[in-house]
Design a binder for this molecule. Structure first.
Ligand code: B12
Length: 490
């Protein structure tokens, strides 16, 4: 028996489905007994796992781990379970071990980690590890030898996602994952592709797939939507793909296929890809219920943008052009910016603020998400500049779980060597004024009264570019708390 654990990842009332575990579980269906425990749905993850271990006698515990709150949640749990169940085989997978596999397996409470997409090797791992057979050749595995030396095997190839089994939603209490969002009253999630064909120098996905990409055909992706609508009453879907909108033909066909299902949907795309798409395709996307596309605008500073090595043809002009186009088709661009990047965070901040103002003129509906630059360990990436400022990653998991590093992982820490108080304040004040002057449409809980109050008080500040001391906005935020997609998702 295998227990899968999804550590606590969200502060919102309802979590999103643990797709990572559904994906790994799917390749074990019919071969292994397993159960998924979601830390977001139980009052105490450790107690839930402990009870399940006593009840089932499970011999393997698998956790999916993202940096940030999930890591903070899972470390003490694995420590406690290791002490109570010394023979339990503890395995981690997902983004954190993919980036920091060696550090993870150095800890005595993790036996193995998997890096990358591991559906093709995981069943063999399970079969052999419990029989004590050799597993040291398995792609993607990070393991400790008898001398305590850590080995990281080559990552497995990104599987052809069309050959993988469908997710078994019967493994989840689906009602617990149905959320009311601005997309619809019963929102679920899916992931219709793996990887991304680009290798941006700040992005963690590069470590996972190194520029590889595999997408479900339009037909298969539409079948999943149909199943979610028919069997679980979905009225809306979030597509968590790293890059859903890669292939125009596939996306147009997918849009046509799902139009009769009458859902609202959302996904990640690139401005420089989608700006080239024909009006006909945009029309189909609109008709299919596409409400919003998340796009990494990244920076308003041409120099920073060049260093980010986004590939393709991303530029300020492209972002403005796509924003204008999407306005015509009433699809909201949700644009994220990484602000305060070294070597000159103040210049980067000023240029990005000016750019965002321009963007809001072109399309006032653009949703702006600001993240503070946090280096990601991508070979030869922007982290080299960060290192020149004396930046160092934590060397062990206990440090990673400290509040400072949890914030860092969420791109919210301003405690970084290149940051000054002045820049920090500038970014935070601008963000407050901007978000009050243009309250997010993604929060169905924010009342009209709240919207009007925020807007009427912040508009003069925004027009006058007066961002200092927004004390009255802090008070209003308490009165009308609104969702922050950069922290909570929808
Ligand atoms: C859904 C999602 C969330 C959900 C939570 C999902 C959950 N598990 O409960 C929400 C919205 C809450 C969320 C929050 C955050 N997220 Co998030 N999230 C994603 C997203 C969009 C999809 C993940 C997913 O489900 N993928 C689909 C599955 C099938 O793929 P997978 O996760 O890679 O799993 C495969 C392998 O990794 C492996 N695997 C995974 N787990 C395991 C476990 C075992 C045992 C094994 C063997 C294998 C294995 O096998 C799977 C199948 O191939 C990814 C980006 C992306 N598109 O992948 C970002 C991503 C993982 N998140 C990220 C971040 C930064 C965050 C936040 C910190 C953001 C913030 N500012 O607050 C928070 C913090 C969450 C936390 N640490 O607690 C980053 C991580 C970056 C990094 N440096 O590692 C990503 C990569 C986004 C990005 N491009 O920057 N997130």
């Amino acid at each position: 028996m295998i227990l899968f654990y999804n550590p606590v990842s969200t502060h919102s009332k309802k979590p999103v489905m643990p797709l990572s575990l559904l994906a790994v579980g799917a390749v074990l269906e019919g071969r292994e007994e397993y159960r998924i425990i979601d830390g977001n749905l139980v009052p105490d993850g450790l107690a839930a796992l402990r009870n399940a271990l006593w009840e089932t006698g499970a011999d393997i515990l698998c956790a999916t781990v993202m940096p940030g709150p999930q890591l903070t949640n899972v470390v003490p749990i694995c420590k406690a379970l290791r002490a109570e169940f010394p023979d339990l085989i503890i395995v981690w997978g997902g983004y954190f071990p993919t980036m920091h596999g060696e550090m993870v397996v150095r800890e005595s409470y993790v036996d193995y980690a998997f890096q990358g997409h591991c559906e093709l090797t995981f069943p063999e791992f399970v079969e052999k590890v419990r029989r004590g057979q050799d597993i040291t050749h398995l792609p993607g595995l990070v393991w400790r030898d008898a001398d305590g030396k850590i080995h990281q095997n080559r990552k497995p190839p990104v599987p052809d996602i069309n050959t993988l089994p469908d997710f078994n939603y019967g493994r989840l209490d689906m009602a617990a994952y149905s959320r009311r969002t601005f997309l619809g009253s019963r929102t679920f999630s899916h992931h219709a592709s793996y990887g991304c064909p680009f290798t941006c120098s700040f992005c963690a996905v590069v470590n996972m797939v190194n520029g590889r990409y595999s997408a479900q055909t339009a037909e298969k992706a539409a079948q999943v939507v149909e199943r979610l609508v028919r069997d679980h009453g979905a009225t809306a879907l979030e597509f968590f793909d790293n890059n859903f909108f890669v292939d125009e033909k596939r996306c147009a066909e997918f849009a046509e296929r799902i139009t009769p299902l009458n859902i609202g949907w959302w996904g990640y795309g690139r401005a420089d890809t989608m700006v080239r798409w024909s009006d006909e395709t945009w029309g189909k996307l609109q008709a299919s219920g596409l409400k919003m596309v998340f796009m990494g605008a990244e920076s308003g500073d041409a120099e920073t943008l060049a260093r980010m090595n986004k590939g393709g043809k991303q530029s300020g002009n492209v972002i403005l052009e796509v924003a204008e186009k999407m306005r015509r088709f009433k699809i909201v661009p949700e644009m994220s910016f990484i602000i305060g990047s070294p070597p000159d965070p103040e210049a980067d901040t000023d240029r990005t603020i000016n750019f965002i103002r321009l963007l809001k003129k072109v399309n006032p509906d653009v949703e702006v998400i600001l993240y503070l630059y946090s280096p990601v360990p991508v070979e030869g990436g922007m982290q080299d500049e960060a290192k020149a400022f004396g930046f160092e990653y934590p060397k062990d998991l206990d440090t990673w779980t400290q509040a400072k590093w949890e914030k860092f992982a969420q791109h919210l820490s301003s405690d970084l060597p290149w940051m000054t108080d002045r820049v920090r304040r500038k970014i935070s004040n601008f963000q407050k004024v901007l978000h009050a002057a243009y309250p997010t449409v993604t929060d169905p809980g924010l009342s009209n009264l709240g919207r009007i109050a925020l807007r009427s008080i912040a508009t003069w500040r925004y027009a006058a570019r007066f961002y200092h001391f927004p004390l009255e906005l802090k008070v209003l935020e308490r009165l009308f708390p609104y969702r922050r997609p950069e922290i909570q998702g929808f």
